[in-house]
Design a protein around this ligand. Structure first.
Ligand code: NDP
Ligand code: 5RP
Length: 478
């Protein structure tokens, strides 16, 4: 009888190839398959010595190579290609078999696919995987959804290849159907917000403090030894210190200033709008990328007036740098608080019962937003009583208190000097709005009632009311 594989990976581009190698390096026999067979052959030729691979050039051979119940991982382009691959393989499977989609699928697609395959007796596991090409090989953060039964069969394999922090695997069952892909989507939304805040910090240090990229790289390197310690801060220092081989100048100056996006940040904001969750930090990050690509608009506005830019005294520049660190940390807390709020809302809406401490735990390693302060988020949600918002957790509340003057100074300075800082500003506005005793939403309600008889509630009595604006302005219960 032919060799049987514990798991199979179809889709052998950067992610799938490295995941397959990771499984093999951990002693699992892995069946490998790709639509274009040359990728399969190249994988085995280049890396066959790393472990036990069973190459298959047809879908039928691939399925036949898997031990039962079959565990099949799809790592192809999200969207229609994923449906095409499911349609190709599902007819070849038997009840109890498992299909895991490790691509960046939209969670609603995952819910649809899971329901359809469940009807056929198959388990469908939508699984978020973060860590990029290197993470896939050396240990990603893994966020599987799907049934508890499928996790019992797939979990041990996934945990074996995931990143480990303090010996704990960065992999946990997130919840049924689309929960894993939902959480991965929010991860990417936070990734957008984090990167935007980092980019704004760089811009302020460059344009306000007047520092060159290599000096800013040193600042980020220093920040990475403190509470901002994270993968994104670490690689920011690397990118800023890098010089372009062709020109000899800073790499960051030669790269076109148009940030692209594949869609997960946009999905996060769209979902947040549907669920009524204010994720302003993520939204500003998505809009900032979008704005950066509007060449025509930018060219038309380039000569518009702005403020005079005074030079900062070197002593002021050093103090300003410290303030930027405070503003970055405070704004980062806000971005993560918004992300966790969205996870909570999604969990409630779809009945997923997501453990928010566990999400923080599995993001501590392997993924793009891995950071020291996820330990604190885990602790905040792991206690007896989870905070209503992360901002109210005593540790984070103290950090926000300590950052007040610096944070406001940075936002005010950016505004005064005409340096856009939408991430910092939105984070501060969110913070101030949440802590406000009264919001001007009361006036919005009044206006809505005036032009559309939309009614309003009162602070002193239950019920809904309408004022007869066009008549005697008397008030009636609605
Ligand atoms: N790159 C990254 O850093 C990360 C990517 N992801 C997600 O992982 C998945 C894989 O990503 P990545 O490795 O970058 O690869 P790509 O997203 O570039 O996808 C390429 C793979 O998809 C296959 N494919 C495309 N269309 C079809 C189709 N109609 N039928 C069958 N196979 C098809 C290709 O096969 P062929 O060789 O025949 O063209 C190839 O194997 C994606 O969903 C991505 O969003 C998740 C985390 C990080
Ligand atoms: O999933 C990822 C990491 O977790 C990818 O790196 C992500 O797709 C990058 O997104 P974008 O191209 O939109 O910046």
């Amino acid at each position: 009888m032919a060799r049987q594989a514990q798991i199979g990976v179809t889709g052998l581009a950067v992610m799938g190839r490295n995941l397959a190698r990771n499984f093999a390096r951990h002693g699992h026999t892995v069946a490998v398959h790709n639509r274009t067979a040359t990728r399969t052959r190249e994988l085995v030729a280049e890396f066959g010595h790393e472990g036990d691979f069973v190459p298959a050039e047809s879908a039928r051979d691939f399925v036949a190579a898997l031990e039962r119940p079959r565990r099949l991982v799809i790592m192809v382009k999200a969207g229609a290609p994923t449906d095409a691959v499911i349609d190709e393989f599902a007819p070849l499977l038997e009840p109890g078999d498992m299909i895991m989609d490790g691509g960046n699928a939209h969670f609603e697609d995952t819910r649809r696919r899971e329901a359809a395959l469940r009807e056929r007796g198959l388990h469908f596991v939508g699984c978020g995987i973060s860590g990029g090409e290197e993470g896939a090989l050396l240990g990603p953060s893994i966020m599987p959804g799907g049934s508890a039964e499928s996790y019992r069969a797939l979990g041990p394999l996934l945990e074996s290849i995931s990143a480990k922090v303090d010996g704990e695997p960065c992999c946990a069952h997130i919840g049924p159907d689309g929960a894993g892909h939902f959480v991965k989507m929010v991860h990417n939304g936070i990734e957008y917000a984090d990167m935007q805040l980092i980019a704004e910090s760089y811009d302020l240090l460059r344009r306000v403090a007047g520092y060159a990229p290599d000096r800013i790289a040193d600042i980020f390197r220093k920040w990475n030894t403190g509470r901002l310690d994270s993968y994104l801060i670490e690689i920011t220092a690397e990118v800023l210190a890098h010089n372009d081989a062709a020109t000899g100048g800073p790499f960051v100056d030669i790269v076109a200033d148009r940030a692209e996006q594949k869609g997960t940040g946009r999905w996060t904001v769209q979902t947040a709008l549907d669920l009524g969750v204010p994720v302003s930090g993520i939204a500003e990050a998505v809009f900032a990328r979008s704005l950066s690509g509007h060449n025509e608009l930018r060219a038309a506005a380039r000569e518009l007036p702005g403020p005079e830019r005074p030079e900062l005294h070197p002593d002021d520049a050093a103090r300003f740098t410290e303030n930027v660190e405070q503003a970055l940390y405070a704004s980062k807390i806000v971005a993560y608080a918004q992300g966790w709020h969205l996870i909570q809302a999604g969990s409630k809406e779809y009945g997923w019962d997501i453990d928010r401490a566990s999400v923080a735990a599995i993001w501590r390693g392997g993924c793009i937003i891995r950071a020291r302060f996820l330990d604190e988020i885990r602790a905040a949600y792991g206690g007896e009583r989870a905070p209503v918002t992360l901002l109210a957790d005593p540790g984070f509340a103290e950090a926000l208190r300590a950052a007040q003057n610096a944070w406001r100074h940075v936002v005010a300075t950016a505004t005064e000097l005409g340096v856009p800082a939408p991430g910092f500003s939105a984070a501060l506005a969110y913070y101030d709005a949440l802590r406000a005793g009264r919001l001007p939403a009361s006036l919005v309600q009044g206006l809505r009632d005036y032009f559309g008889a939309h009614t309003y509630e009162r602070t002193d009595r239950d019920g809904s009311f309408h004022t007869l604006w066009g008549d005697d302005r008397g008030e009636r219960p609605a």
